[in-house]
Design a protein around this ligand. Structure first.
Ligand code: DC
Length: 213
């Protein structure tokens, strides 16, 4: 079983995907971390995230150690990820890894949950369940703000809101695999619903699909 969860930054899709994977014993892939790893490596190489040649070269042979790098989750890395993700060559180089993970999940798991921006539309168009998790920009910026403050770091709400909007703009308007719900995706708006309610709704949807037809 393949579950595709897409949506904009800070909509709650990562938390939902992780909880679903844990609940059903499925493998979990945060596809954003692949783009983040490319973005981080580009920054560390002293290059611009819009440098097509540098980003493409790095994405061919991605250093796996970057997935556990403490800077992977930084805002700066997220913005660099969004920029390298607009490069078609980078997307192409990361595609097969994601498809393989979905088709043959590690540790012989019986299913995979992938979250990102184009899982339901491009990576796994045949996924058994597609969810599009979203929330208004203010709600998402507020979540980011609380998360950063929670880590004991300084946070500026207006700056975060500007960042969230810029990232939406870039992710939704790029030519290759833009962020958008697949036609057969179910929309879950987390502006009003809390994560437990969203999780229970998603569990019910998965169980429905697991039932023998
Ligand atoms: O979900 P995230 O914030 O970790 O993603 C970082 C960036 O990576 C995001 O702004 C766009 C890009 N991305 C993508 O283009 N396609 C995906 N499937 C996942 C992430």
């Amino acid at each position: 079983m393949i579950i595709a969860i897409d949506g904009p930054a800070a909509a709650g899709k990562g938390t939902l995907a992780r909880r679903l994977a844990e609940h059903f014993g499925f493998a979990y892939l945060d596809t954003g971390s692949l783009y983040r790893a490319v973005g981080l490596a580009v920054l560390r190489a002293g290059k611009s995230p819009t440098d097509v040649v540098a980003a493409t070269e790095i994405s061919v042979d991605l250093d796996r150690r970057l997935f556990s790098d403490p800077d992977l989750r930084a805002e700066r890395t997220g913005n660099a990820a969004s920029a390298v993700a607009a490069i078609p060559e980078v997307r192409y180089n990361l595609l097969e890894f994601q498809r393989k993970f979905a088709r043959t999940p590690p540790d012989d798991k019986k299913g995979a949950v992938l979250d990102g921006r184009d899982v339901g539309t491009v990576v796994c168009p045949d996924a058994d369940l597609k969810l599009f998790v979203t929330a208004g920009p203010h709600v998402r910026a507020r979540r980011r703000f609380l998360e950063i403050e929670g880590r004991g770091e300084a946070a500026d709400f207006e700056e975060i809101l500007t960042d969230v909007r810029a990232r939406d703009e870039r992710d939704m308007n790029r030519a290759d695999a833009p962020l958008k719900p697949a036609e057969d995706a179910l929309l879950l708006d987390t502006s009003e619903l809390d994560i437990d309610a969203v999780f229970l709704r998603a569990v019910a949807l998965v169980e429905e699909r697991l039932k023998p037809q």
